[in-house]
Design a binder for this molecule. Sequence first.
Ligand code: ADP
Ligand code: MG
Length: 238
Amino acid sequence: MATIELERLVKRFGPATVVHGIDLSIQDGEFVVLVGPSGCGKSTTLRMIAGLEEISDGTIRIDGRVVNELQPRDRNIAMVFQNYAIYPHVTVAENIAFGLYRSKLSKSEKRRRVEQVAETLGLTHLLERRPSALSGGQRQRVAIGRAMVRDPAAFLFDEPLSNLDAQLRTQMRIEIKRLHHRLGTTSVFVTHDQVEAMTMADRIVVMREGRILQVGTPLELYEKPVDVFTARFIGSPT
Ligand code: ADP
Ligand code: MG
């Protein structure tokens, strides 16, 4: 598990500044939800934490260590994407094992680890299937399995449920939270869905135009939104 600290974090794309020096401290084991309208910088922030996007200024610390210069693979953080990013041509087991491709485990240790993860996610009976034979929810679980298999210090979720239908979204929301209760892994979950934010978060971070407007528990945000924007988003009476 890990703490994640962002200090005056800045991202510029050419002349455009899309993240304006944000400060955020995420505690060990915390489930933090980043919300805000499309284009406000949520994915860019996650990608900087994962090391998939260079930072323009500021500092990122994971467990107290500055990781600004570290490659993604050296940050011990796993990212779960919206579009699953799983391979249709190979089995579920191979898709999950892909998360171990740089690992030094032996073949049989890898297999054991994949089976362990499949068990946790209820995928054991599907290990030899191909993703094309799976439902949307099962595919999403495979994507989570690939992230989990390395036993990362933190999970970063970028709108992982956006492509699912309403019923499946609700189910996956519950499953991801259940997994979090079980594993206790620090998680940053990006969404633009207020229900997801309100029901999943230990703390919600409200972003707009590359800035953090407010940070608080769902109840704090509901009771004391800093402005009308947050109030509307959270669904507080205004
Ligand atoms: P969100 O995930 O909140 O919808 P993003 O982090 O994807 O927002 O994008 C924030 C802003 O940065 C947007 O204005 C987007 O157009 C811009 N942006 C994102 N990636 C790039 C890029 N590779 N090059 C230029 N601009 C980008
Ligand atoms: Mg995004």
